[in-house]
Write a protein that binds this ligand. Structure first.
Ligand SMILES: [Zn+2]
Ligand SMILES: [Zn+2]
Length: 232
């Protein structure tokens, strides 16, 4: 890895300071992390507590929905966060990717949770917005509605927490190898030359593999395809 050019590093620092200045003293990183997390875990626990002896068909549908969520994560990240200037484009592509790049992935203080985590109001909106869909499915089959709700929220929280872990300083001895592999997948996505076309899964890169958008970034900075049918 070559040393950054001083002017580029200086501009990057100024950009980081500008982004962080948007969050005033009122911002509480721990509330941002813990409040939606606690609400989500409470909703998951409540939904799962009401599930009663789901049959094989319902469990199969629940598994299929989990896989579909992986595709939805890929689709939203690729098409809404990196293209088309939809809601959250600015927050994601210029801001999150401008703030953290492959070689500067680690947050320096908990205030930088603000630049990593999905806004709390958006998470709570997702939790509320999923409820009518779960209720509708619950009319067809109670267990199906409950599992849909629990799995959807669990997926969102898994996304949030894994993403945050990728942007933390690794502990002494490093992350477990499976987590380090996921972290590297996301770190490659933070290479500005790769971010718009590669590594859109932030959780498990299943859909990246299926779509041929999985790519490794070697320490030299040279990206190499990681999927059998990688895009050219
Ligand atoms: Zn990131
Ligand atoms: Zn991205």
């Amino acid at each position: 890895m070559s040393a950054p050019i001083p002017e580029v590093a200086e501009r990057h620092e100024a950009f980081r300071a500008r982004v962080l200045s948007r969050w005033g003293r009122w911002y509480s990183p721990w509330a941002h992390l813990l409040v939606p997390g606690a609400v989500g875990l409470g909703l998951i626990a409540a939904a799962l507590a009401l599930v009663h002896r789901p049959g094989a068909v319902v469990l199969s549908l629940a598994a299929a929905w989990t896989l579909a969520l992986n595709g939805l994560e890929w689709f939203i990240h690729r098409n809404l966060l990196h293209r088309g200037r939809w809601a959250f484009y600015d927050r994601h592509t210029p801001e999150h990717h401008g703030f953290f790049q492959t070689d500067t992935m680690e947050i320096r203080s908990t205030r930088e949770f603000a630049v990593v985590l999905i806004p709390g109001y958006a998470l709570l909106t997702i939790f509320v917005g999923l409820a009518p869909i779960a209720l509708g499915l619950g009319v067809i089959n109670r267990n199906l509605g409950l599992l849909f709700y629990a799995i959807s929220i669990a997926y969102v929280l898994a996304y949030e927490w894994l993403h945050l872990v990728y942007h933390l300083r690794p502990p002494t001895g490093g992350w477990p190898s499976w987590l380090e592999a996921l972290r590297r997948h996301h770190a490659a996505h933070h290479d500005p030359s790769l971010m718009n076309d590669w590594n859109f899964n932030t959780t498990v890169p299943l859909w990246d593999w299926l779509a041929g958008t999985g790519r490794r970034r070697e320490p030299s900075g040279v990206a190499t395809p990681a999927a059998p049918e990688a895009k050219t």
